[in-house]
Structure formats: C-alpha cells, structure tokens
Design a protein around this ligand. Structure first.
Ligand SMILES: [Cu+2]
Length: 129
C-alpha cells in the first residue's frame, strides 16, 4: 500500500514537472512573438503598376525603417514608380518585376507618380513614425 502511494506520488510529480516545462516553453515563445513589432515582421509590400494606375495607390511606410517593395508592371507599356521627395525612381518594362528596399528618412505624405503618365497615374506614399 505504501509503495502504491509512492508510485502515485511519483507519477504526479513527473506530470507536474512536464507541465511546468511546457508552460515555460509556451511563455518563452509568446514573449518572443510579443517582442517583434508587426511592422518588422511584415516589411514587404507588393505594388502593381498597370495601365494606368497603381494598386494599391496609397502606400504606408514607417520612417527610418526598411521596407521591401515588390513592384510589378502588369500593363502593356512602360511605367515608373517615382517618389521624387524620397529619391525613388524605378522604370519597369511591361511584365517586369523589381524588388527595391526603401527606408524613408522623413515623415509626411508624398506624391507617387509614373513619370510617363503623371496626369492620371498617381498615388500617395504616407510615412509615419
Ligand atoms: Cu505609367
């Protein structure tokens, strides 16, 4: 009877030890997730250039933080992704895809244009803190 009791105690002891380890692991994982800001994890953005618009036509960036822009010209003519205020100017042939990394050094709302069709092909780049 005494041995049975000890065995039961041992099983409980092991079970509690395992649960404690699992809880600690889960906690560590949760903390790792919480410490990585959303903006850092999702710093890629696809922008389509088409005849004759940008999609999306409003691009949100964080100041002093690098973002990869995946630019794709899905139209039948040449287009550019141009933000003069941020010294960005990329020309894309029809069907061409380019990745650029932008790291804006100032906040504000800046004009995005295609240099070849700037009367209709426009958008905005909004840089915030
Ligand atoms: Cu264009």
């Amino acid at each position: 009877m005494k041995r049975y009791f000890l065995n039961t105690l041992l099983v409980f002891g092991v079970a509690i030890a395992i649960l404690t380890v699992f809880q600690k692991l889960e906690f560590t994982e949760m903390r790792a997730k919480a410490e990585t800001p959303v903006e850092v994890r999702q710093n890629k953005l696809e922008v389509e250039l088409d005849d004759f618009y940008f999609e999306p036509d409003e691009i949100k960036l964080k100041v002093n933080q690098p973002t990869t822009l995946i630019l794709e010209n899905e139209g039948d003519v040449q287009h550019t992704f141009t933000v003069r205020a941020l010294n960005i100017d990329v020309v894309l042939e029809p069907g061409e895809k380019k990745e650029i990394v932008v790291k804006p050094n100032k906040t504000g709302t800046f004009e995005l244009i295609c240099r070849f069709h700037q009367e209709k092909m426009v958008g905005k780049v909004i840089v915030t803190q």
